[in-house]
Design a protein around this ligand. Sequence first.
Ligand code: NAD
Length: 287
Amino acid sequence: MTATILDGKAVSLSIQNDIREKVLSHFSPETAPRLCVILVGENPASASYVRTKCKMAEKLGFRHEVFHFDEDVSSAEVEERIDACNADPECDAVFVQLPLPKHLDAVALPNRVRADKDADGLTRAAMGALLLGESNAFEPCTPRGIIRLLDAYHLDLTGLDAVVIGRSNIVGKPMSLMLQRRNATVTMCHTRTKDLASHVRRADLIVVAAGSPELVKGDWIKPGAIVVDCGFTKTPDGVIHGDVDFGPASEVASYITPVPGGVGPMTVISLMEQTLESALKRRGGKA
Ligand code: NAD
């Protein structure tokens, strides 16, 4: 069997068209949704993610601004900037690009963003709402994007045995909650899991977010399983690796995400959708 590609780039493109239409009909260039980005230090991966998000914001007709701080910036300075964005009526969404240098608190700083501007969906309010099953709150962008992608291919998750590899706050934990909400039966795996392969072998749906290149082997995949690979590791030779051994896995799976072009574009477009949502809710626009 050769798997159908879950094409995040194509699905993102169709969402981009919807967003652009809404921006045009609800806002003028002066009042367009405005995204504020907090970037600290010179981590090349973070700088590249921020560039990608800003390019997309521009493409959609959003306003955007990057507040770029030196590596040794004090926590107080970053807090002051987040507070200013929170108070600024022209700012619709604030997000703090992770990871942060070690002396800064990577939970407390994103959590300082006002809940109604938390387009990244990583504050306590957003996480709490997710845990309690409340709708109307912003959601963490990567798992939200994955659900949007699975929905775009009309994949019904009810009753599926799902395995999530990785328990980070930004992907694994919220992903498991969202899959439960879609009536999947979820097993969480992590570095202390005994015999990871045996869990993967019985899974109908696998979401991997480990950051460990080609961790999941093709012969671990149950025939017909759906495979979602969040992994994104760039080796010194410039090659990008996912967490799944894509070639062999795609021979066995029914659906599979490529890396790049699968989860990444869906994460970015989720941030944009939630920025637009914030702008529409808070300022309504002209329509
Ligand atoms: P993280 O380092 O915060 O967490 C990784 C998790 O994976 C941990 O819970 C750890 O227990 C688990 N893990 C690591 N190695 C494992 C192994 N060998 N066996 C079992 N579990 C293992 O990472 P993260 O922020 O969740 O990101 C994970 C990956 O996803 C990275 O490659 C990251 O670049 C990528 N990512 C991509 C996007 C995107 O939009 N494409 C977004 C977020 C993260």
